[in-house]
Write a protein that binds this ligand. Structure first.
Ligand code: PLP
Length: 462
């Protein structure tokens, strides 16, 4: 069965979404809140979520493997988080503009999971967190250039919207010395040409060569401990530990962007799972329990770069005497913090991660087995409840290798999933999918029955 057939079925099942799209796109650009939510021929407009399910305006129910772009780990509408939010809203003071003691509780909870975050601050999104941390690191080192990984996504600000794709001309460019291409238009050329060096994840020798060669100018290295940009690429051969050692030697600040993997692949994220400490860490998504919290932090001496040293008169700014600014109206929003505090508390209970690992093994090993039985070539990468399928690739241990994936097969899985009641992430061929704690073994069996049917179709379509 070809993808067009699934799209036809999808159209029949989602008539109200189509009508909504035709109305909404007149007022909201593209009819969606974020570029990645665009689905051809129209988005699926949702009404709500409950546990492991989401529901759309046509009344369809889906197993939710999108999990709020990775933000949901307790399922939707979890009673304890709901109650924490209701209690906080009932108390009054949605945004106060002055601190509450909740920031102490939140910081202490975070430090149990991420001991490297000696001092923290708050903002509202992963994008803001990485943007703030890069500024703090620059302020600390006095060096403007940063190094980022080819293929890694760190949010929507100019410094990190680079090296997320390769244009035709660069497809054969040297993977040991990746080019720095801006992702999309509107990014100042100055940033692209002067402020960023690109390094290849999991290739320590090439990474070391680039960092050593540019050590005079590069003061900050930012990476995800598991690449979630470009699918799911776990670190190999002690890559993280080696980079940690090297950045220490070269006096560079190492930022781990744990926005996606923090609290997901272990309570202490990549740092716990791979036993490596970053200098600075960005958290968001699960850290907010479904609400908008981001937390940034790290070594006390680096984080102190944000503490005001002067009042910041124009002359002092010019003389470079002021601190790195970290601000935001909604920073530490009480409702979001209430959700985040409860979310982290629930995650810290015994058995949480064992359950997540069990259902993840069941799902991803099940998929591996189905692909092998049906002789469909595909790499299935997962780290706990974060995984993805790369069709037509045997092994995906670096970003360049993933570029050979088969997009059409993924699209069949995606649209086929929608017609059969599974919401697999977004229609992007290297999209990840996620699990949340309400999933039971029976649910995973149901999802596997659906993938089995879909893989049969995919095989037939070869
Ligand atoms: C690793 C990583 N960093 C940063 C971000 C940006 O977070 P936000 O969308 O909250 O700005 C994302 C979002 O998906 C992410 O996966």
């Amino acid at each position: 069965m070809q993808v067009e057939k699934y799209i036809e079925e999808f159209n029949k099942k989602t008539r109200k979404s189509k009508e909504a799209y035709d109305r909404i796109k007149k007022h909201v650009a593209g009819g969606v809140e974020s570029n990645v939510r665009m689905i051809d021929p129209h988005p699926v407009y949702l009404t709500h979520g409950e546990g492991q399910f989401i529901f759309d305006i046509d009344g369809n129910k889906y197993y939710d493997l999108l999990c709020g772009m990775g933000s949901i780990i307790h399922g939707h509408n979890p009673p304890e988080i709901r109650q924490a939010v209701i209690d906080r809203v009932t108390k009054g003071g949605d945004v106060l503009g002055a601190p509450t003691e909740m920031i102490e509780t939140y910081a202490k909870n975070v430090k149990k999971a991420f001991p490297s975050m000696e001092l923290v601050r708050f903002c509202s999104s992963g994008t803001e967190a990485t943007m703030n941390l890069i500024r703090i690191a620059r302020s600390y080192t006095g060096k403007e250039k940063i190094a980022k990984v080819e293929g890694s996504y760190h949010g929507g600000h100019d410094y990190v919207l680079h090296a997320l794709h390769l244009t035709e001309k660069y497809l054969d460019s040297d993977p040991n010395n990746p080019p720095c291409l801006p992702y999309g238009s509107g990014i100042p050329k100055y940033i692209t040409e002067n402020l960023i060096k690109i390094i290849p994840f999991n290739n320590y020798e090439a990474t070391a060569e680039i960092l050593e060669k540019n050590a005079d100018e590069v003061g900050t290295v930012i990476m995800e401990p598991v690449m979630g940009g470009g699918g799911v690429i776990p670190p190999k051969d002690d890559y993280l530990k080696k980079v940690r050692k090297l950045t220490e030697k070269l006096g560079m600040v190492l930022i781990f962007d744990e926005v996606l993997v923090g609290f997901r692949i272990a309570f202490g994220g990549g740092q716990e799972r791979y036993d490596v400490k970053a200098d600075l860490t960005a958290l968001s998504k699960i850290a907010g329990g479904g609400f908008q919290v981001a937390c940034l932090g790290g070594k006390k001496e680096i984080m102190e770069a944000i503490l005001p040293r002067t009042q910041g008169t124009a002359a002092e700014v010019e003389a470079g005497m002021t601190s790195a600014v970290q601000v935001g109206t909604y920073n530490g929003h009480p409702t979001s913090l209430a959700a985040g505090i409860k979310s982290i508390e629930i995650l810290s209970r015994p058995g949480t991660y064992e359950h997540l690992e069990n259902i993840s093994d069941q799902l991803f090993n099940g998929i591996r087995g189905q692909l092998a039985d049906k002789k469909i070539v595909g790499a299935v990468n997962n780290v706990g409840p974060l995984g993805c399928i790369y069709f037509d690739i045997e092994k995906a241990d670096n970003w360049r290798a993933t570029l050979a994936l088969n997009e059409e097969k993924w699209m069949k899985l995606f649209y086929g999933g929608l017609t059969k009641g599974v919401y697999f992430g977004i229609p992007h061929p290297d999209e990840r999918f996620f699990l949340s704690t309400p999933f039971t073994e029976e649910d995973i069996e149901n999802v596997l029955k659906i993938t089995d049917e879909l893989f049969d179709d995919i095989k037939k379509g070869d």
